[in-house]
Design a protein. Structure first.
Length: 129
């Protein structure tokens, strides 16, 4: 894979460890300089307050609760994001209907493609060594 995420920082909100490990591998292959993970919306919201992210990926269902509060916080910060879900009929409601959704199980190429679609909206900042 090429490196479309070179120098980017990404937040991944996912409560399934095996899925998260795969996502981290794919993002590293795409050149992502930093992947920060959260298993709950509460932790994700803390991280958004503490760090700056270029992109985010949100599992919609986190142990029976939605990640919509995280989506609201990211939208307020202007951070592009996508949803992922294992439910093909999950209703995003009117507020998030325009956001990209990646249905599980998905391929690494599908993940890469949807992230690349979001990149023009991302604001890369130089990484200081």
């Amino acid at each position: 894979m090429d490196n479309p995420l070179a120098g980017r920082r990404m937040l991944v909100v996912e409560d399934e460890m095996m899925v998260l490990l795969n996502i981290e591998d794919v993002l590293a292959d795409l050149g992502c300089v930093s992947v920060t993970a959260a298993a709950t919306s509460a932790r994700a919201l803390e991280l958004i307050e503490e760090q700056v992210f270029d992109l985010a990926m949100l599992d919609i269902n986190l142990d029976g609760k939605t990640s919509f509060a995280v989506a609201e916080a990211l939208a307020a910060c202007g951070v592009p994001f996508l949803f992922s879900t294992g439910y093909s009929d999950y209703d995003l409601g009117e507020a998030w209907r325009d956001r990209p959704v990646l249905e599980k199980p998905y391929t690494d190429l599908a993940l890469a493609a949807i992230i690349e679609r979001l990149l023009p909206a991302a604001r890369p900042e130089p990484v200081m060594a």
